[in-house]
Design a protein around this ligand. Structure first.
Ligand code: NDP
Length: 450
């Protein structure tokens, strides 16, 4: 519920102007609600138009992506790039290839990206893109032809100093390689126009690991601040993609035992601790299903998700790391986690907890690390990849990893401080929105009405 009348009106206008886009409404509402005390203290944010400009993307690009499948049939998908806010640097944010992608999903992700990128302390603006193309079950040739067609259009709107996309759901090293190859061919230039690139053509060491590792560095900083740590804790990680795999790896290194992982069909529970080599073989090499884990460990348990259920949240744990997708923890799942004694929830995925779930965690006094802050390690390392590309130089794995750790510890400190300075100590969701927003807002104010 809004107390500030201007913000209430602004939110209603967003809903009216962007019909049928509930995820975007949800993301805007969450941010505007937590900015109420800031706007009350600084009314010029309203009179100078910053709030109204903030919720409107600078540019939306939407295009047809035609390609030919292995049977010779023409397929047509939709491509999107939302260039949301470039107040502090070139647009930066991933590309998502998933059948659920539509304009509202890309807008929600692009909006979140503005604050996340500002929190990293690096000069990057907010953007996001993608397509309703589903790479699952497609041959390499089909994925390549799709990526080439997608980049043929997208290449007109991006560049190393204007907009630098990266990966997200369904876009990993293979897809980035095909897109970079097509960009280079079309533009005849070798620049850092994409991040998450392969190591032989401008990629950064530790980028692949960065989101998952960063999530654990943030979580560890939050736990340390409460005189605790990962050591000896049981952890549940949803998903089994890029973020989930490296979160599992780092949590284990920090002394925790990860006992469950999942995909969109169900979850595996292994009380002996997840065998990450098996998961990597299934997901990174075979592109298979998490249920295949039982072929490696017949003693583990597999629970299939039916009718939208998310069984993984019924597995008792100390720490939950949602690393799959938006709104994967609803109120019922949050209550199940709380009843089973969870002490901390940190978001690896973007907006994985519904507003009701977040409220339940906060009411129960659970330590809650919001996505904007907790998963910012991926984009931060993408920005480090951009720096290395500009310098035409590469840092070692340990150098990048050390910078990532420092960035995540800083983010935690800034978020905790921002929450406390607006009287919301421990509310890291509000702290992340406020700290990210202030940096962007000050730049927008400096530019005047543009
Ligand atoms: P991947 O495609 O590598 O993995 C996604 C994982 O989530 C898969 O296990 C997938 O299962 C599961 N998943 C996807 N959609 C759904 C769904 N609708 N229901 C249940 N499970 C689902 O993606 P990433 O690991 O890169 O991304 C995961 C999350 O992290 C996303 O929210 C993304 O926006 C966020 N993120 C990613 C960053 C990065 O650097 N990659 C940076 C910051 C945030 P299945 O294979 O069955 O579809």
């Amino acid at each position: 519920m809004f107390k500030n009348e201007y913000l209430a009106d602004l939110y209603n206008q967003v809903v009216k102007r962007n019909p049928g886009e509930p995820e975007f409404h949800q993301a805007v509402r969450e941010v505007l609600e937590s900015l109420e005390p800031v706007v009350e203290a600084r009314p010029e944010l309203i009179t100078k138009g910053v709030m109204a400009e903030l919720v409107e993307p600078e540019r939306i690009i939407k295009f047809r992506v035609p390609w030919v499948d292995d049977q010779g049939n023409v397929q047509v998908n939709r491509g999107f790039r939302v260039q949301f806010n470039s107040a502090i640097g070139p647009y930066k944010g991933g590309l998502r290839f998933h059948p659920t992608v539509y304009e509202g999903i890309i807008k929600f992700l692009g909006f979140e990206q503005i604050f996340k990128n500002a929190l990293t302390g690096l000069p990057i603006g907010g953007g996001k893109g993608g397509s309703d193309f589903d790479p699952k079950g497609k041959s390499d040739g089909e994925v390549m032809r799709f990526c080439q067609s997608f980049m043929t259009e997208l290449s007109k709107y991006i560049g190393a100093d204007t907009d630098v996309p990266a990966g997200d759901i369904g876009v990993g090293a293979r897809e980035i390689g095909y897109m970079f190859g097509q960009y280079k061919r079309l533009r005849d230039e070798f620049t850092g126009v994409l991040t998450g690139k392969g190591l032989t053509y401008g990629g950064s060491l530790a980028r692949k690991e960065a989101t998952g590792f960063g999530l654990c560095y943030f979580t560890e900083a939050m736990l340390n601040d409460h005189s605790d740590s990962f050591k000896g804790k049981t952890v549940v990680v949803s998903g089994s993609g890029n973020v989930a795999i490296y979160a599992c790896q780092k949590a284990t290194t920090l002394g925790a035992k990860v006992i469950a992982m999942s995909d969109s069909n169900g979850c595996v529970v292994d009380e002996n601790g997840i065998d990450l080599d098996a998961v990597k073989t299934i997901k990174e090499v075979k592109r298979g299903r998490i249920s295949e884990y039982l072929e490696y460990h017949p003693e583990a348990k597999y629970m299939e998700d039916k009718d939208g259920s998310k069984n993984i949240w019924t597995v008792p744990c100390d720490i939950a790391l949602p690393c799959a997708t938006q709104n994967e923890i609803n109120e019922a799942s949050a209550k199940a986690l709380i009843a089973n004694g969870v002490m901390a929830v940190c978001e690896g995925a973007n907006m994985p907890s519904t507003p009701e779930a977040i409220a339940a965690f906060q009411e129960a006094g659970i330590l809650f690390g919001p996505a904007k802050a907790a998963n910012a390690g991926g984009v931060a390392t993408s920005a480090l990849e951009m720096s290395q590309n500009s310098m035409r130089y590469s840092w070692t794995f340990d150098e990048v990893d050390a910078k990532l750790k420092g960035i995540m510890e800083n983010i935690y400190a800034n978020v905790a401080k921002a929450a406390a300075s607006y009287g919301m100590e421990g509310n890291y969701a509000a702290g992340a929105n406020i700290a990210g927003f202030l940096k962007v807002a000050d730049s927008m104010m400096a530019f005047g009405v543009v």
